[in-house]
Design a protein. Structure first.
Length: 233
């Protein structure tokens, strides 16, 4: 559906471009199924990847960042779409800073649900794929369709900002503003940029370039961002 593979490639290219040549020690926080961690290991980095549902493999550990410890510090910490849903964001970011050596690099790619406004939700709704009987809509499809039907028990569609804020609160999601504030407490920001995020869950004919063009034209908001910071000495 959409350009999910393209999204993964963009993430891998971005991370590899930021952490530089191997070998270095890399911690991935919230590794999911482990695609990025395996890519980093293949090019020669020494990788530790953590996630409560991590695969069973020597480089993976089933734990949360709030609880993770290691006797040595890492050269780089990478967090891809994991910080917005950690239970204790302050503790998570503080622990990431403690695990990173002075001068080390933190690389983050995140979801900014709090930037989904009326125009952005409408734009996505109009470009959702049609799910077959054997398929389920993505998170974006489910949320946009529920919003358009009138939210949760409403007689008409609520404001998109209110609907998505209620959904995020129920899920325990942190806003992009809160994430950036917490990062600023522990790291020196080297790079911050908004980026397209919705296109992997849209129709196959909707590309990253299409979403980028809509963002640049001011038609919709960017709902993803990437960040690079350094732990001060």
């Amino acid at each position: 559906m959409g350009e999910a593979d393209a999204w993964q490639r963009r993430v891998e290219e971005f991370v590899l471009g930021q952490i530089g040549d191997s070998p270095t020690r890399v911690l991935e926080v919230g590794c999911g199924e482990g695609e990025l961690a395996r890519t980093l290991a293949r090019v020669g980095h020494s990788v530790t990847a953590i996630d409560p549902q991590a695969p069973e493999d020597p480089i993976f550990r089933r734990t949360r960042i709030e609880e993770f410890t290691d006797p040595a510090q890492f050269d780089h910490v990478v967090a891809i779409l994991s910080l917005h849903h950690v239970e204790d964001l302050g503790m998570a970011v503080s622990n990431m800073a403690d695990l990173l050596r002075a001068g080390g690099t933190l690389v983050v790619v995140e979801f900014a649900w709090d930037r989904i406004d009326e125009a952005t939700a409408e734009w996505a709704l109009e470009r959702l794929p049609v799910a077959s009987l054997s398929e389920k809509h993505s998170w974006l499809g489910r949320r946009c369709q529920e919003w358009a039907r009138g939210g949760r028990g409403e007689t008409r569609a609520p404001a998109a900002e209110s609907y998505f804020a209620e959904w995020a609160s129920e899920e325990g999601f942190h806003s992009s503003r809160r994430i950036r504030d917490e990062l600023g407490r522990h790291f020196v920001e080297r790079l911050f940029e908004w980026l397209p995020y919705l296109y992997p869950d849209l129709r196959e004919d909707v590309s990253e370039s299409d979403e980028s063009a809509a963002i640049e034209a001011g038609t919709i908001n960017a709902t993803g961002f990437r960040y690079v910071g350094t732990r001060p000495a």
